[in-house]
Design a protein around this ligand. Structure first.
Ligand SMILES: Cc1ncc(COP(=O)(O)O)c(C=O)c1O
Length: 394
């Protein structure tokens, strides 16, 4: 038999996510406390779950239109108009299987081989992979702790070339928890408009803001109608990660292309989940649920940052959004991947090395505080004991 031919080169540039690797290791560790996963520890609110069950009984078990149920698209458009100030109608919205697919299909709709795409560094792992899948060239915009990890318009502008096609924007940010100021967003919009560059705006943590921070959508800025793609999800806000529903909103010119891509890839988001999300958008109880969850995460955020800063070798700034602390651990003198592995082995606590989010994340560890105060306390006590060994050795 002849040697099998090479597999496609498309996936060769993608390295398995650093987050996954740690997860696999964590799963083999008994009694592990997990600060690694990035999802709410809350279960989906029962009234949303019930709507899912009802959808089965009512026979919503067939394919849906590629872009999603019309009622759901309309409810999402209404939410974007009233909460985000984005002037869209139902046909500007496509329901996706989570923000992950929304990000990938957005990239595929915009990026040609050789195009440059600006991505936050450190930034969520999907951006770089999506650009590689599209054959584009990811260009990191280094975010600095001294600048609160903000993606500053001047830094973005410096990296724009004639090949730049789009910019990934993520506020509140995973992994840093940074919430961009309105002036940052406006400045980035100006860079985009001056150069005819698209912005894929990942807003999945929009509701997770603290200390009076406010979330702004770049698509609400006049002139961005043709350039902004808003990507969002029900995963985090409604505690529905497993239901796999998100959405994109953009000009019809872009959305219509994305619907074609969706038709030939995933076909449609799960019908039952779509009906559950519709209930989530319509039921006034959801607001109370989200507010309660965010209030609780605020408490955990403050607890985690205060406790982390008492551990020798760690310096953590108070993040104003999402549910992560991105702690500087440079003083400990290990590469972040080695430090995360050391902590997992010695303390049975899972964290994510900052380097998994890009080269500028080196020297940091990401801690997710979407877990109980009891776990946070126990996990950080364990880390303190383990790290003492490193400090003593130094
Ligand atoms: C910044 C960011 N965007 C998108 C996603 C993907 O969310 P979804 O479950 O909707 O695919 C995540 C998940 O961790 C995320 O952190």
């Amino acid at each position: 038999m002849k040697k099998p031919k090479e597999l496609s080169s498309r996936t060769k540039a993608i390295t398995p996510s650093g987050i996954r690797r740690l997860f696999d290791l964590a799963q083999k560790t008994s009694g592990v406390i997990n600060f690694g996963i990035g999802e709410p520890d809350y279960d989906t609110p029962p009234f949303i779950g019930e709507a899912g069950k009802r959808a089965v009984d009512l026979g919503y078990t067939h394919y849906t239109p590629n872009a999603g149920f019309p009622e759901l698209r309309e409810a999402i458009a209404e939410k974007l108009r009233t909460e985000n100030g984005i002037e869209v109608a139902a046909d500007n919205v496509m329901v996706t299987t989570g923000a992950t697919t929304g990000l990938l299909l957005s990239t595929l709709a915009l990026v040609d081989p050789g195009d440059e795409v600006l991505i936050p560094d450190p930034g969520f792992v999907v951006y770089e992979a999506a650009v590689h899948i599209a054959g584009g060239r990811p260009v990191g915009v280094p975010l600095r702790e001294e600048e609160d990890f903000r993606m500053l318009p001047e830094r973005v502008n410096e990296l724009v070339t004639p090949r730049t096609k789009c910019i990934f924007l993520n506020t509140p940010s995973n992994p840093t928890g940074t919430v961009l100021e309105f002036s940052d967003i406006k400045g980035i919009a100006e860079v985009a408009m001056d150069n005819g560059i698209y912005v894929i705006s990942d807003e999945v943590y929009e509701k997770f803001v603290y200390d009076g921070a406010k979330h702004y959508s770049i698509a609400s800025i006049p002139g961005m109608e043709e350039l902004a793609i808003t990507v969002n999800s029900f995963s985090k806000t409604f505690a529905m990660c497993g239901w796999r529903v998100g959405y994109v909103a953009a000009s019809k010119r872009i959305v219509d292309e994305m619907i074609k891509l969706q038709q030939f890839t995933v076909a449609n988001a799960p019908s039952i989940s779509q009906m559950a999300c519709l209930e989530g958008l319509r039921n006034p109880e959801t607001k109370k649920f989200v507010e309660g969850m965010v209030m609780e995460y605020d408490r955990r955020r403050r607890f985690m940052v205060e406790r982390l800063n008492k551990i020798p070798g760690f310096k953590a700034k108070m993040p104003r959004g999402a549910f992560y602390v991105f702690a500087n651990a440079r003083e400990l003198g290990l590469r972040s991947a080695d430090l995360a592995e050391f902590i997992l082995r010695e303390a049975a606590v899972a964290t994510v090395p900052g380097s998994a989010f890009g080269p500028s994340g080196e020297g940091y560890l990401r801690f997710c505080y979407a877990t109980s105060i009891k776990n946070i306390e126990e996990g950080l006590n364990r880390i303190e004991r383990a790290v003492e060994k490193l400090v003593r050795k130094a």
